[in-house]
Design a protein around this ligand. Structure first.
Ligand code: PXL
Length: 272
């Protein structure tokens, strides 16, 4: 079993590959990486971060992998360093996804109603083409609103309309971080197109890297053979427990969640 994670390396401020690698390893899954960019920190709150786009390096890496005849059972993509990398990720799926493998897209583009630094409406448009190639997409509310072209924010009451629009891109959309009087919810459609919701009590605050904890745990759970609903519950519980702990234990939320301390509980639930 091989997973390929296509995402950036933010050296400090746990997100992207510094979350996906430990979570997948803990699940007992081999995680190979295709780094899209190298940053001193993520872009969400630190001043003066460095950014090195790795677009030019990727074709050389892929050429080498081709010569090794590599295939991956799961490919998941996250933060991309340039718009051109969307075509590259599509090519990686075509060339390296094993027959019967699954392609999971976290369309990382924004949060709190805004696109991240460097992202544009052209990127959003292009991201739709990536979503069309995916088996699962996992946008947060902001990304779902941009992709579905519906007003921000969403509540559980109007999530179904957004899910129906997203289903035109990918039949299995999963929207994370929907906040309303139900708490914080994940809303997703099953194979019949019906919506399901899984909720936790809302905790005030903004938690960097929470989406990456959710996505990584979801991929890990799917890769060990859990069905979509079980994977969503396991990933939501893990993210919610990590957030609860971080409220008390992480004074500066830019540094990411203390998910490490919750890995043991997550694995107990995964293997229950
Ligand atoms: O967690 C999403 C993310 C990933 N990678 C980079 C980011 C962010 C969010 O800010 O800046 C580089």
């Amino acid at each position: 079993m091989r997973v390929l994670a296509i995402n950036d390396i933010s050296c400090v401020g746990k997100c992207s590959l510094t979350v996906t690698l430990p979570v997948l390893s803990a699940c007992g899954i081999e995680c190979n990486v295709l780094p899209t960019a190298l940053l001193s920190t993520h872009t969400g709150g630190f001043q003066g971060y460095t950014f090195r786009d790795l677009t030019d390096e990727i074709p050389k890496i892929l050429e080498h992998w081709k010569s090794l005849g590599l295939k991956f059972d799961y490919i998941c993509s996250g933060y991309l360093g340039s718009i051109e990398q969307i075509d590259t990720v599509l090519a990686v799926k075509r060339e390296f996804l094993a027959p019967g493998g699954k392609f999971i897209v976290d369309p990382v583009m924004g949060d709190a109603g805004k696109l991240y630094a460097g992202f544009t409406s052209t990127f959003v448009e292009k991201m739709r083409t990536l979503c069309k190639a995916a088996d699962f997409i996992l946008p947060n509310v902001t990304e779902a609103c941009f992709l579905a072209d519906v007003p921000y924010p969403l509540s559980v009451a109007n999530a179904n309309a957004a899910l129906q629009k997203l289903a035109a891109l990918c039949p299995r959309p999963i929207i994370t971080g929907i906040m309303d009087e139900n708490g914080v919810s994940v809303c997703y459609t099953d194979e019949n197109g019906d919506m399901h919701t899984y909720s936790h009590k809302h905790i005030d605050g903004f938690f960097h890297g929470a989406g990456d904890v959710f996505t990584s745990a979801f991929v890990g759970a799917i890769a060990v053979g859990k069905d979509e609903t079980t994977a969503i519950k396991l990933a939501s519980d893990f993210a919610a427990d990590s957030i609860l702990r971080s409220v008390k234990e992480v004074p500066d939320k830019r540094y990411g969640l203390n998910f490490e301390a919750e890995i043991f509980s997550f694995l107990k639930n995964l293997n229950a």
